[in-house]
Design a protein around this ligand. Sequence first.
Ligand code: HEC
Ligand code: HEC
Ligand code: HEC
Ligand code: HEC
Ligand code: HEC
Ligand code: HEC
Ligand code: HEC
Ligand code: HEC
Ligand code: HEC
Ligand code: HEC
Length: 371
Amino acid sequence: MSRTGAACRHRFNFCHALSPTFSFALIPFSLGITILVTVSPCRAQKQPTPSSPPSVAWKGIPKPSPKDYLSPDRCEDCHRPEYLEFDKTVHAHLAIPKQKYVTGCGMCHGPDRVHTEAEEAARGNDAKMAAAAKLIFSFRTANPHDAAAHCLACHTTSEHQQFFSESAHALHGVACNSCHTMHLVEAAVNPEQVGLAFTQAEYYSVPQLPVENQWLHDGMLKQAQPELCYQCHATIQANFALPFHHRVPEGLMKCTDCHTPHGTITAAHQLNQPNWQACVKCHIEVGGPFVYEHAAVKIAGCVGCHNPHGSVNHFMLVRRETRFLCLQCHTGFHGQTRVPHGPATTFENEGDCTRCHIAIHGSNFDPDLVH
Ligand code: HEC
Ligand code: HEC
Ligand code: HEC
Ligand code: HEC
Ligand code: HEC
Ligand code: HEC
Ligand code: HEC
Ligand code: HEC
Ligand code: HEC
Ligand code: HEC
């Protein structure tokens, strides 16, 4: 694996060959690329070396018959853009024994010799070339379930992807390559084409890295968040355009601060953590525990009173007048939480209840949450 340190990040590929951690199994491959890089040095950008240990637990794909697989160099002639972009990613530099495990293009596209030899033999004959194209796994034509399975062959044990097949995304036909691109070649990255044009866009612009940097530094995503998610979630984009919102459109927060795009079995709506816990990692002060809890916070959850995507009301409340928010639950009907202050026209019941009940998320002093 090319953990070569900061000095190597933007240099040519052959710096991997100088690295002490370099795996000798990769030498033939790297030599091939060295030649390539001398031809076009400006394309030598690499994924950065992560500062923390890998978040991805994975296993190699065993290679029972080595002769079914070719070196990526054999593809360059015909698939030069894919070949060049692939070489910049961590996938091109896995430190595993080549004889035993699949590396190169075949780790995602499956056995690639048959296709390659058929294409080479078919050159000039359109019908034969089209037939040869069917001899290899294509993510473009595969169904999303099969496409994801090709990634999950390795990305099995990582914390999030292991629940991918249970996610709303998988169940609705969203595959890994709906959000990630392994080659960047196909990604049409033009924010102006994405979703509806909200007025907001004229006021805020999310600082964006150049496309390839964004791709290499940010999980090989087709587009940066939130545009990536807005493509399909136009209603959520509309919520974030409301006056009070978490600053996601401004680029200061991401959808993935609250959600996991990959799926989870512990929380509804693909939240990182169940219910109110997803919020209190940042809003520690409202999380408690308190001596006197307001049951609403932990039972209904924050979304009982707030719309975290955005709202026309201050504090992102779900209702404009706070008292109506309270009176949703404090109805006074038999068996339900009381309205304690008598008829609706009393002093207490006009105006906001939070004039007095200021410790609305819970109190350490007062069971009635007045301080
Ligand atoms: C002689 C030229 C040639 C070589 C060499 C070659 N391919 Fe292809 N490949 C093609 C053509 C032509 C197509 C069909 C047109 C297209 O979709 O780009 C194709 C299609 C593909 C597809 C997509 C199939 C589809 O239907 O969309 C994949 C994946 C692929 N090749 C992978 C590889 C890999 C991996 C290698 C090297 C091990 C390789 N190819 C070597 C010519 C070649
Ligand atoms: C990590 C997995 C992975 C590896 C390794 C990989 N690819 Fe791909 N490839 C994909 C995915 C996913 C797509 C679908 C489009 C995208 O994500 O950009 C794709 C798309 C393609 C396509 C376009 C046709 C299609 O299937 O949509 C070609 C051609 C291709 N790859 C060739 C190659 C070649 C050549 C190599 C090796 C140099 C390679 N791939 C290595 C995952 C991979
Ligand atoms: C042969 C095993 C294997 C296959 C197949 C595979 N990956 Fe990976 N992938 C890895 C390894 C190993 C890493 C690096 C883990 C690390 O060191 O952080 C990785 C890293 C990644 C990363 C993180 C890159 C980064 O920025 O650090 C993404 C995203 C990713 N893979 C997506 C995919 C997708 C999507 C597919 C299917 C198209 C796929 N992988 C197929 C083994 C694989
Ligand atoms: C709905 C969009 C979406 C789908 C579908 C998706 N991902 Fe991701 N993935 C993301 C986003 C967004 C990030 C970056 C997360 C962050 O910045 O916190 C990411 C990060 C990753 C990472 C990097 C590090 C990590 O924390 O694990 C890997 C590896 C990865 N995805 C693999 C996959 C695989 C494999 C699949 C298919 C099984 C997949 N992803 C499906 C959006 C998606
Ligand atoms: C501050 C945390 C937070 C952020 C940031 C956030 N969400 Fe949510 N999201 C939630 C919560 C909490 C729910 C559950 C709402 C409920 O239970 O009614 C939710 C629900 C959803 C749902 C399902 C319910 C629905 O309203 O359709 C989607 C889809 C969704 N979010 C997408 C997104 C997207 C896309 C982004 C980024 C543009 C995003 N979220 C950013 C907290 C957040
Ligand atoms: C290719 C389209 C697509 C992309 C891109 C996409 N989603 Fe989704 N997402 C869907 C579909 C389809 C559903 C299921 C229907 C629904 O709940 O709206 C869904 C559902 C969800 C849900 C709701 C889960 C639930 O159980 O209610 C959340 C949360 C979500 N997506 C977050 C995200 C985030 C965050 C991103 C960006 C990292 C993203 N999505 C990118 C298509 C997409
Ligand atoms: C990643 C950290 C983070 C998470 C997670 C988060 N928030 Fe926030 N929240 C913030 C920040 C930062 C602000 C200040 C916002 C601003 O001014 O843009 C904020 C503001 C708010 C406000 C408005 C406060 C005010 O003074 O106007 C409310 C209400 C709120 N968040 C509720 C929630 C809820 C509910 C959740 C869980 C669904 C949540 N937050 C999750 C960081 C977070
Ligand atoms: C019973 C309704 C209710 C619930 C449940 C609730 N809030 Fe609030 N929250 C309010 C009201 C009302 C305000 C406005 C207070 C005011 O007017 O001074 C508020 C204000 C806030 C503020 C900004 C002011 C402050 O006190 O810091 C944040 C942040 C916040 N809530 C976060 C959360 C989080 C996180 C949760 C879940 C753990 C949550 N709220 C659950 C009603 C609620
Ligand atoms: C989602 C429902 C819900 C909402 C909305 C709600 N509450 Fe509550 N509240 C409760 C429940 C449940 C209890 C616990 C009642 C009990 O123990 O009898 C409670 C308890 C209280 C108590 C303490 C009373 C006691 O007997 O312990 C006060 C004060 C209170 N709420 C005020 C408010 C105010 C003010 C608002 C509006 C900002 C509000 N509540 C919104 C459900 C809610
Ligand atoms: C002028 C200040 C004030 C306002 C406004 C006010 N309250 Fe209270 N509330 C109190 C005080 C003081 C107590 C504790 C003494 C009592 O029971 O009267 C209390 C008690 C309560 C209790 C607990 C009752 C019990 O029997 O334990 C609930 C529930 C409550 N208020 C809900 C509300 C709701 C809902 C609103 C808005 C419609 C509201 N309050 C408006 C001052 C206020």
